[in-house]
Design a protein around this ligand. Sequence first.
Ligand code: SF4
Length: 522
Amino acid sequence: MPRDRHDAMFIKGNNCKITNWASWFEYRELERQTIKLPAGGDMPCAIFFPADYSVGMANLGLHYIYRTLRETGVAVERFFAAPIPYRSVERDTLLERFPLILASVSYEADIPLFARWLGGGGVEPVREHRETSSSGNAPLIGAGGAVTYINPISLSGICDFIVLGDGVETTRGLVEILRQGLPREKMLAALADHPSIYVPSIHERGRHLLEIAKTDITRDYGRGVWITERTVFGDTLLLELQRGCVRGCGFCTLPSCFAPARSRGLELVKRDIEEASGAADFSRIGLVTPEAGDYKALDELIEFASSIGKQVSFASLRVDGITERMMKAVIDGGRHSVTIAPEAGDENLRSKTGKRFTNKRVVDVLKMASDLGAKSAKMYFMFGLPGETDEHLLEISKLCATARDETGLKITAAASPFVPKPGTAWREEVFEGEKNLKRKHAIISRSFGGLSGVKLQTAGIREACIEYAVSWAGASASRLIAEAALSGASYKRLVNMTDRSKTCFEFERLGLNAGTTRKGAP
Ligand code: SF4
């Protein structure tokens, strides 16, 4: 994803173009389904993922919601931001044919893109404008996805309703309500009665107690619907192992917003692999899990996959949890590069983040990777962390240089600003802001100057400012995000509107005390 994509989107306003006729035919031809889904349906519904096809199709949440909708008889068709934004993957249908548009939003910074995509497709992105529009046939717009566990209010300026938390069960209830065919106002009132559906036009008034749904993942789906070479993971079956995380890194949303930590048993997981193998060809199993090493039956799973000729890949390798067997599985799976996240170059600062391993352990793990055949490593760091000094920043390049010298691997250091998020243990920590982050970035960049075999990549500082502002957006800021899709308002206005205490007050009013385990959670 281009680094400045969100920034450009927020600043330049609506420059999204409706494409000339183009077809998804070649993409469809490459898709294999791991499960037979009912054809047709009685309720035309567009589901949008705010990224390009290769990224969206690698998101298991999209697979789950699509499957739920198809199994409940909804005629759902997929839309992605690129390469053909306003025609559906299934049948090249134009967006304008859909009276219901749902979005699966994983990242805060994708909310402005969602608004802009709507605007570019001729759909009014500002919810209140649709409510007062005289035509009365504006589509109904809803959203779900990972951001709804953290700050659903950030979508309230755009969406008529927002599905909170784990979406499969709630989506079944949502479809039942929509199928009643009620007039718009009555339908929104019926949706607002659901404990895990947030309806801004109703819930923004008065005090309400909503629940971020957390389901038993052993009863939910566990595998992806499609396999296609055109995703970022290639020819891979997506397979969920765990949700939430048992560890407690202060900056991370997983141990708090996605709590409690839940796991799918080995037999269930094996059954998914067997059923998918019977339905479609694939060479690799991509484990969808926060920390693969925390899955108790990981060794047996790797063995099982190998016994049926499948490779296994992990999204992340936690330095203090990785074993030689896991590393071997990664390398045997065809990856010549390993990815780890030390977060800080200084051990004490790292320990404060919740990651308690030494620099020696980092180097030992990379040495293991090198001995097993890896050629390069990517190391993720953050800057702007609580308690960080300028000396701490210099430790990042030192650790990378040591790793290069002792392992022979080519090293890429990816450094991104720390963004405090609602619901995390570090939700009240300071966000450093553009000026200080630029200063710190300059220190890091200078320290990497002249290091051969080590490359520095830094995430956009403006992008982090937008992410911070969107993750804490209350109702007014969310409306500004929607308006900016057409007006091209400056992102600085949004950043200046950020008021964490006001947003916390709005959470409180909705009973969304983000980060705590809600009643009803398993
Ligand atoms: S950073 Fe990784 S280990 Fe830490 S809480 Fe998040 S998912 Fe768990």
